[in-house]
Design a binder for this molecule. Structure first.
Ligand code: MN
Length: 376
């Protein structure tokens, strides 16, 4: 029987330059959330933690950041850690794990060779990236283990052939053949490289190939990121118990807000209520609305920007159309503004050019928005 935590792609030290002001927060949280992985490992009383590459964003990460990570690892000295480098923290003369600090961590073993690691109750079969690029199956060297006793776990950092749009193994970097489970007789294949959680079934319908995904989401567009995986395998050929456990501190959402003319301002506010607690929001807003709604929509969006740690808006599919007639009954409590509004309404009525009508309608909308403010 073996119990372990599978994690990967911490990408510590990543810049997050696409995240604007929130980048420093994302950098900080991804270090903090490492602690959650260890807390889970402790609670589950695992035999070890298996890290599947790209733990650091690159090999030149500053020593200050390295120290922050090592401090966390050293808070849990009884949990053995097996770390396979990926393509970001790649093996070589500059490898980040060559630094003295890592040699001193007694419970950490950085895996740089293909030699199987026997733990007695189970065997880890490493598939290190020895040089880049790699165009042959990373699992090629693993022998057939069908007749071998004990539980066999492979660990690799790469892409499963045929599970991403590029089908040809010659064209994908770091290829892994998904048939490795059947071909080699593996009980579990722990993978890193993809940032979302993903589990794949073997020909018997048993999930044995798993990407834990990153422990803390790095950007929008990552599906099902922010987890580690707890694995419990009772014996060779048994169905592994696999539990995806949340470790992400920051919450992210890509939210589509489709608006129609029949949506009231209250409806829109109500729909946005559902995302108010989310830290990182990318709002795609689309629809065709009458121009009178523009002010209110702008106000809602302006307020929404204050609710999140990072707020992106994509509104190129939101258009405002010009109605046949504008509501002429607007009272500013100011004679000059009343007359200006009336004048613009006359111009609107008499104008036939649609582009000019749009501009006049917008002018009326803006006058109504700011006119009231100036006479307050
Ligand atoms: Mn990678």
């Amino acid at each position: 029987m073996v119990k372990f935590i599978h994690s990967s792609d911490w990408q510590i030290g990543m810049k997050g330059s696409g995240l604007g002001e929130a980048a420093s927060l994302v950098r900080k949280k991804r270090i903090e959330s490492i602690d959650l992985i260890f807390k889970i490992a402790e609670k589950k009383q695992v035999d070890f933690i298996l890290l599947c590459g790209d733990i650091f964003e690159h090999n030149m990460i500053s020593q200050d950041i390295v120290l922050e990570v090592v401090k966390i690892l050293n808070n849990y000295p009884v949990i053995p850690i097996y770390l396979l480098p990926g393509n970001h923290d790649s093996i070589g003369p500059d490898c980040i794990y060559n630094r003295d600090i890592f040699q001193n961590i007694q419970h950490l073993r950085v895996i740089k060779s293909k030699k199987p690691i026997s733990l007695g109750f189970a065997t880890i079969h490493p598939c290190p990236i020895e040089s880049m690029p790699v165009h042959i199956d990373l699992m090629e060297h693993i022998p057939n283990l069908q007749e071998e006793s004990g539980i066999h776990i492979a660990v690799a950092h790469g892409s499963l052939i045929g599970k991403i749009p590029v089908q040809d193994s010659e064209e994908i970097d770091l290829p892994i053949d998904p048939k490795c489970v059947e071909d080699k007789g593996l009980d579990y294949v722990a993978l890193g490289h993809w940032h979302g959680y993903n589990a794949f079934k073997d020909s018997n319908g048993v999930e044995r190939i798993v990407y834990s995904g990153t422990h803390e989401q790095t950007k929008f567009d990552e599906k099902d990121a922010g987890h580690c995986v707890f694995v419990d395998i009772s014996e060779k050929n048994a169905k592994p118990f696999i539990e995806k456990i949340s470790t992400g501190i920051l919450t992210w959402i890509d939210y589509d807000l489709e608006l129609t003319e029949s949506d009231s301002i209250d409806d829109i506010k109500h729909r946005l209520e559902s995302i108010k607690e989310i830290d990182m929001v990318r709002l795609k807003i689309s629809g065709q609305l009458p121009i009178e709604m523009k002010n209110e929509i702008d106000k809602i969006i302006e307020y929404e920007t204050t609710l999140h740690k990072n707020f992106r808006i994509k509104d190129e599919y939101l258009t405002f159309y010009i109605p046949e007639e504008l509501d002429a009954s607007f009272d500013y409590n100011d004679q000059t503004l009343d007359q200006t509004d009336k004048y613009l309404n006359e111009l609107f009525k008499n104008q036939e050019n649609s582009e000019k009508r749009r501009i006049i309608a917008l002018a009326i909308t803006l006058l109504r928005k700011y006119g009231q403010e100036v006479i307050k």
